[in-house]
Structure formats: structure tokens, C-alpha cells
Design a protein around this ligand. Sequence first.
Ligand SMILES: [Zn+2]
Length: 50
Amino acid sequence: MKYYICDSCHFQFERTGECENCPDCGKECVRESNEAELAEYMKLKKEFNK
Ligand SMILES: [Zn+2]
């Protein structure tokens, strides 16, 4: 599993493969999340699943 973030709208998501387009805004501004962003994403995900 890989974790990505969109530089345009800052939407974060996970994918099993490569990803170039943001599923939220559709722009090709997607890159892999850094450690801080990933930590934030995991935190939100945990709260969302409560
Ligand atoms: Zn986006």
C-alpha cells in the first residue's frame, strides 16, 4: 500500500499501485505523502473508524 497526497487540494488517499491523478479534484498534482502527512492521515483515519 502506498500513501499519496494531492498538492492542489491536499486530499490524502491510499493506493496499491501508482497514481497520477487526484481522485478528489482530478489534477495531476499527486505525490507520495511524507512522514508528517502520513501520521496526520493515520490519525484522521483512526478517528473516522471509531
Ligand atoms: Zn486534489
